[in-house]
Write a protein that binds this ligand. Structure first.
Ligand SMILES: CC(=O)N[C@H]1[C@@H](OP(=O)(O)OP(=O)(O)OC[C@H]2O[C@@H](n3ccc(=O)[nH]c3=O)[C@H](O)[C@@H]2O)O[C@H](CO)[C@@H](O)[C@@H]1O
Ligand SMILES: C=C(OP(=O)(O)O)C(=O)O
Length: 419
């Protein structure tokens, strides 16, 4: 297994180009299953999860071409089974369910894996499909959904705000017979990007960006081109890296409007932020890092996918910062690892109390999930000495060329190849 070796004491400085968003690219790729004409996608990041998704699309019978952009032609899809071997490595595979059942009336999708950050049930996905007329059973580790003819429009009130739940049901509703209303829908930018993509193919979705999506089903989608939005979480991760190392960076090809809650907290932490239409500059030179209290919640509130990075920020800031995680019940696995590096973080249920530390010190630490891994890499930059982050396959799921990008900012990080 590959590891990262990081020399501490780096100040991140310079410019970095932000990649397309993993959590937008994946649903959009699965959305291409809804259509039998060619779809051309640009700004798709090179990530392990994207490779897994493309493999899955090919296994289902789609043809996929990659030459800068990604072209998907799902006209010949003839298989409706998303097998455990592929699905187990990636949570987003659940997004095959809605499109397959909507277009072919049948889908067998293995219960998904992904980050071990909580139980992550899929009851809302299943219930929504049932309301649209599908029969769904869970057996042998598979969700098996069937419908005779088309799904039917329905009124779906989501018990909880679910990102992939909203995406799956929105994709299913696009080809349903009649109107579907999804209330308490997720408003995350990635849901918005998927909705715009589907509309570009002829879907009729309105209320985009609100918690009430209205989808008028159509019989067929047509082909088209779409550019995936920038990754707000990758952007936020680099900005935190600059903030905690006293650096100054500019993120290019990003969208500041997608991460307002994060920028507000970075300013509260003492950073100077400037932004334009597609760039963000963070300058921490000569400024004092202050702790911030954060509570994760659905968009537009503070994203859970930035919680681990801000836990590091609080661990190294002067004073005490509180981090409350309300989305996932097991998303503090970075905390014991950070404490092994000398942080002083106390866990009380879903609250992490981060007290200040004189200096983190390099250690051997274990990456447990995607954003936890990113937080350990950031901690390595501000620690004294060498940090080795093990099991970085998690980070390869979600950060494109991370070590090259960090090295471009002055970070001393190398990949040590495992057997
Ligand atoms: C591929 C992708 O886009 N992943 C993101 C997506 O995950 P994902 O879509 O899996 O997360 P959800 O928004 O569905 O989860 C939110 C909460 O709802 C619960 N829940 C969800 C579905 C369900 O059927 N029943 C249920 O109880 C979950 O256990 C969790 O406690 O949104 C999360 C929350 O912003 C992010 O951290 C992930 O990076
Ligand atoms: C939790 C994440 O990914 P996934 O939902 O794919 O596990 C993430 O992107 O932070």
């Amino acid at each position: 297994m590959d590891k990262f070796k990081i020399n501490g004491g780096c100040t991140l400085k310079g410019e970095v180009t932000i990649s397309g968003a993993k959590n937008a690219a994946l649903p959009i790729l699965f959305g291409s299953l809804l259509c039998d004409e060619e779809i051309r996608l640009s700004n798709v990041p090179h990530l392990k999860d994207v490779t897994t998704t493309l493999k899955l699309l090919e296994l289902l019978g789609a043809s996929v071409k990659q030459n800068g952009s990604v072209t998907v032609l799902a006209g010949a899809v003839n298989n409706h089974v998303a097998p455990y071997e592929l699905v187990k490595t990636m949570r987003a595979s659940i997004l095959a369910l809605g499109p397959l059942v909507a277009r072919f009336g049948k889908a067998d999708v293995s219960l998904p894996g992904g980050c071990a950050i909580g139980a992550r049930p899929v009851n809302l996905h299943i219930h929504g499909l049932e309301l649209m007329g599908a029969t769904v059973v869970v057996e042998d580790g598979y969700i098996k959904a069937r419908v005779d003819g088309r799904l039917k429009g329905a009124h779906i009130l989501m018990d909880m705000v679910s990102v992939t739940g909203t995406e799956n049901l929105m994709m299913a509703a696009v080809l349903a017979d009649g109107q579907t209303i999804i209330d308490n829908a997720a408003r995350e930018p990635e849901v918005v990007d998927l909705a715009h993509f589907l509309n570009a193919l002829g879907a009729k979705i309105s209320g985009i960006g609100s918690d009430r999506l209205v989808i008028d089903g159509v019989e067929k989608l047509h082909g088209g081109s779409y550019r995936v939005q920038p990754d707000r979480i990758e952007t936020g991760t680099f900005l935190v890296g600059a903030a905690i190392s006293g650096g100054c960076i500019v993120c290019r090809q990003t969208d500041p409007s997608l991460l307002e809650a994060v920028l507000v907290k970075l300013e509260e932490a003492g950073a100077l932020i400037e932004k334009g239409a597609d760039w963000i500059k963070l300058d921490m030179t000569g400024r004092t890092l202050k702790p911030v209290n954060i509570t994760t919640a659905p968009y537009p509130a503070f994203p859970t996918d930035m919680q681990a990075q801000f836990t590091v920020l609080n661990a190294v800031a002067k004073g005490t910062g509180m981090v409350t995680e309300t989305i996932f019940e097991n998303r503090f696995m970075h905390v014991p690892e950070l404490n092994r590096m000398g942080a002083s973080i106390e866990l009380q249920g879903n609250l992490a109390i981060c007290r200040d530390t004189e200096q983190l010190s390099g250690a051997q630490v274990m990456a447990t999930d995607l954003r936890a891994s990113a937080s350990l890499v950031l901690a390595g930059f501000v620690a004294q000495g060498v940090t080795v982050v093990d099991r970085i396959y998690h980070i390869d799921r979600g950060y494109e060329h991370i070590e090259e990008k960090l090295r471009g900012l002055g970070g001393e990080i190398t990949r040590v190849k495992g057997e």
